[in-house]
Design a protein around this ligand. Structure first.
Ligand code: FDA
Length: 392
């Protein structure tokens, strides 16, 4: 192993979506770039994303789809690399894709195609990718100096694209946060986002409904999402729950509208002409198993014409805003993203460079910008990677 440090213009830490995009853009500008990845493969999260088909962007992506202490921070980068820019890249590489719903773009075949796209683009501009490479120490004098298991590397620009804490089994680490602290950058609170919520242990109110899916509007802290709720063995998941989990706080209730788009009071009033129990009525809207279980717990065991005004009112209100308190989540092991991260107040929204540390850049999920479910997080990774790639 050489003892002489190797020099690069740019070193990117993390060969995920953001890191590879940044490397490509910097390579296009003629910069000598090395990407360091501690895994034995690049882009493991891309591989498993979107159920193996990678929901690589969302055509509706805009600043309103992101959570951040500074909601405007993401505006500039998103405007300079739009969903259509990534779609153009997908088309250039002949990848077949489709919209699933709500602007979400997926590969027809496999997320592997997105990895191949990124690797091909890297190769075309001479980006070097070092796998199985571990960084033991980072120092800064005139240049950054990185002590790694493959020797010492030096660079003018160091880009941190090591992602968040979610899915540790794919190699997620807190490296980016530790490095931010080392250089005196503030962090915002970090917690799991887009994550299944769990019932209190021993809570058997609803029995085992795992696998049952119901259309709902999920509401928490002034935000709502109309999507499906899916029961799991330990709690709830599905797109409505994952979305609202990023707005919910531990121990709070989420209110589920179980008859989206309908006034429950009116539905009940109209159904009172029939001599049926609530369960029979609600089975028209819900899977039978859910109607049975929910009604056994929350609806009076009487035929609708026999419900008094008070009972009708309570039932209607439970149907349009069923409150469920969740003490916790499935944690980082099952969270799609990490909320919070490097405080954007410490970064330039134009370049992603740390204001107080020239040459040090943070991009992707390690930054306090977190998207909704549906391709928004990759769009942030591409956009922030592109932004830094123009200035490293
Ligand atoms: P990312 O985590 O992708 O990459 C970071 C890289 O850094 C990794 O390769 C990691 O191994 C490496 N690394 C970490 N520490 C290191 C160290 N110390 N040294 C060297 N390398 C290090 N989003 C979306 O828009 N559409 C979707 O379909 C999905 N689907 C999805 C499914 C699942 C199961 C998960 C967990 C997540 C998603 N996401 C998603 C979210 C999306 O995957 C995520 O937001 C982006 O991958 C973030 O990109 P980054 O490049 O910032 O981090």
């Amino acid at each position: 192993m050489s003892t002489e440090p190797e020099f690069r213009d740019v070193i990117v830490l993390g060969a995920g979506a953001a890191g590879l995009m940044c490397a490509i853009q910097a390579g296009k500008r003629g910069r000598r770039v090395t990407v360091i990845e501690h895994n034995d493969r690049v882009g493991k999260k891309i591989t498993i994303s979107g159920g193996g088909r990678c929901n690589f962007t969302n055509l509706n992506a805009g600043p309103g789809n992101y959570l951040s202490r500074q909601p405007d921070f993401c505006k500039s980068a998103l405007a300079r690399f739009t969903p259509w820019d990534f779609v153009a890249l997908v088309e250039k590489h002949g990848i077949a894709y489709h919209e699933k719903k709500l602007g979400q773009q997926f590969c027809d075949s496999s997320s592997r195609e997105i990895i191949n796209l990124l690797l091909t683009e890297c190769e075309q501009v001479g980006v070097e990718i070092r796998l199985n490479c571990r960084v033991n120490e980072v120092r800064k004098a005139d240049r950054f100096s990185l002590a790694t298991n493959t020797g010492t590397l030096e660079c003018h620009s160091l880009v941190i694209a090591t992602g968040g804490l979610s899915f540790p089994k794919l190699g997620a680490t807190d490296f980016g946060y530790r490095l931010a602290r080392q250089f005196g950058l503030p962090l915002t609170e970090i917690r799991p986002g887009l994550v299944p919520l769990t019932f209190a242990s021993g809570d058997s109110r609803l029995g085992d409904l795992s696998g049952v899916s119901v259309p709902v509007v999920a509401r928490s802290n002034g935000t709502s999402f109309e999507e499906n709720l899916l029961f799991t063995h330990r709690g709830v998941s599905g797109p409505a729950v994952l979305q609202i989990s990023s707005f919910w706080r531990e121990g709070e209730a989420v209110a589920f509208d179980l008859l989206p788009g309908r006034q429950a009071a009116q539905v009940l009033a109209e159904a009172r002409r029939e001599s049926i129990e609530p369960e029979a009525l609600l089975s028209r809207f819900w899977p039978r198993r859910f109607a049975e279980t929910w009604c056994a717990r929350y609806a009076p065991a009487k035929k609708l014409p026999h419900l008094n005004a008070h009972e009708l009112k309570d039932l209607a209100s439970a149907l349009n805003a069923w409150p469920v308190t969740f003490p916790g989540t499935e944690g980082y092991a099952k969270a799609e993203v990490t909320l919070g991260g490097v405080d954007t107040a410490a970064l330039s929204s134009k370049t992603m460079e740390a204001r107080q540390v020239p040459g040090l850049f943070f991009i992707g999920e390690v930054v306090d910008v977190t998207g909704w479910l549906g391709g928004y997080n990759f769009q942030w990774a591409w956009a922030s990677g592109n932004a830094a790639g123009q200035f490293v």
